[in-house]
Design a protein around this ligand. Structure first.
Ligand code: FAD
Ligand code: A2P
Length: 378
């Protein structure tokens, strides 16, 4: 009877083997994924399971923001005290391992290039303030030197509470870097950007190696809530302003409750399809017409007054008088996005200063000295 039982077991095993051989490949890869997930995490501080899921993200956020109570569990005391701001908590040698919650393409079909909104779960272990950046270390080896890839910085696009309002996630706004080969007259995939493509291709549940939070340049002057904020962005340069504007107008944080200034957003992108988070800005503009303004420069849809491309500096120039006036009264001006916009911005501002009989060098020195001039371009 033992022999018969062994024979039965053998037939059963053969049957199972047959069935799995014909199972669809999807099943096989899912099994592979499950095995990989069960392995010991790579670093001790790894988040081993997501603390939020995309399915409940919006609902959690709505519940949190629709309450009458202040959302202030991640505030300093007083809320504008910067002495304990998190800074470089995780370094490349001891990074934090977060998990991807979601990756969403946020531009339309006619946009030039692809930009994604990426939510990362840090499990509440990697707090940051609005205006800071995270570093991301992409997996793999740099073929140019045979060493592991190094980190790239990404401005944080969520507030310290994250898009779920629980203080456990971080949102990045990432543009996929591609390389247009003039000889091939096509994109050369061998030369595409390592980290931005890794992030835009990531899947929920993937681990992501993080450093930071970094940066003190793009902070808001929250100790002076009457200060006007003039925010200039090209493309993904919108990221820090998304975190500012959510803090000021969407969440019921002390910074938002006290804000009395004007927040003025200038965004430059190629065309309407390339606009970033437009619905959010339109909603804020409707609800807070006295405290928020937004202006767009659509380089491939609009023309400047000389008949050329409408770049962000051309749009800002249209309001130069008012901007200078506000700056003279203590406004803060921020620039984030393409490095290439700064020469145009500076040239435009110099021209305006001259027309007002002012020496631009002195004006800029004064603004910088007073901490009113913030630049983070890449
Ligand atoms: P890399 O692999 O570093 O390549 C860089 C570029 O070189 C790419 O365009 C690539 O196509 C090209 N390239 C590669 N190989 C070749 C070759 N052989 N010949 C010619 N060209 C080649 N980016 C964002 O998208 N969002 C942000 O919010 C953001 N915030 C930032 C904040 C700060 C403070 C800084 C400094 C940068 C920020 N960046 C941001 C830029 C980001 O850090 C990266 O530089 C960007 O994503 C490109 O990195 P990558 O790894 O994809 O490209
Ligand atoms: P364009 O691409 O029409 O030249 P990107 O999509 O590459 O992130 O760029 C965002 C916006 O910044 C686009 O409208 C782009 O215009 C514009 N831009 C490119 N170069 C400059 C520059 N030197 N100064 C200002 N804006 C620029």
């Amino acid at each position: 009877s033992l022999l018969r039982m062994l024979a039965k077991l053998f037939i059963l095993a053969a049957l199972v083997a047959c069935v799995s051989a014909f199972a669809p490949a999807r099943f096989g890869s899912r099994m592979g994924g499950a095995v990989r997930m069960a392995e010991e995490p790579w670093f001790p501080n790894s988040v081993t399971s997501n603390t939020v899921s995309m399915g409940t993200l919006e609902q959690t956020f709505n519940t949190a923001t629709n309450t009458e109570t202040l959302q202030n569990f991640l505030e300093a005391d007083p809320y504008y005290d910067m002495s304990n701001m998190p800074l470089n908590t995780f370094k490349a040698k001891e990074p934090h391992i977060g998990k991807i919650v979601s990756v969403k393409r946020i531009v339309g079909a006619q946009a030039t290039g692809e930009t994604c909104d990426i939510v990362i779960d840090h499990g509440g272990k990697m707090p940051y303030w609005e205006g800071q950046s995270y570093g991301v270390i992409p997996p793999g080896i740099n073929p140019k030197n045979g060493k592991p890839n190094v980190n790239r910085l990404y401005s944080i696009a969520s507030t310290r509470y994250g898009d779920d309002m629980k203080g456990t996630t971080t949102t990045l706004c990432v543009r996929r870097a591609t390389y247009w080969c003039p000889e091939l007259k096509a994109e050369d995939p061998a030369k595409k950007g390592v980290c931005s493509n890794y992030l835009c291709d990531a899947k929920p549940g993937d681990e992501v190696t993080l450093t930071g939070p970094a940066g003190k340049v793009m902070l808001m002057p929250e100790d002076k809530p009457e200060t006007d904020l003039i925010m200039v962005a090209t493309g993904t340069g919108i990221a820090p302003y998304r975190s500012f504007l959510r803090r000021l107008f969407v969440e019921k944080t002390p910074a938002g409750e006290n804000f009395k200034g004007l927040a003025w957003l200038f965004l430059g992108v190629a065309n309407t399809d390339a606009l970033l988070y437009d619905a959010d800005w339109q909603k804020i503009a409707k609800e807070f017409p006295d405290n928020f303004k937004v202006d767009y420069a659509l380089s491939r849809e609009q023309q400047n007054k000389k008949g050329g491309k409408m770049y962000i500096q051309d749009k800002v120039e249209e309001y130069a008088e008012e901007i200078f006036e506000r700056m003279d009264k203590g406004a803060h001006m921020y620039f984030c996005g393409l490095k290439g916009m700064m020469p145009g911005i500076l040239e435009m501002m110099e021209g305006v200063a001259k027309s007002k009989g002012k020496e631009w060098k002195d004006v800029l020195k004064e603004w910088k000295h007073a901490g009113q001039w913030h630049v983070e371009v890449y």
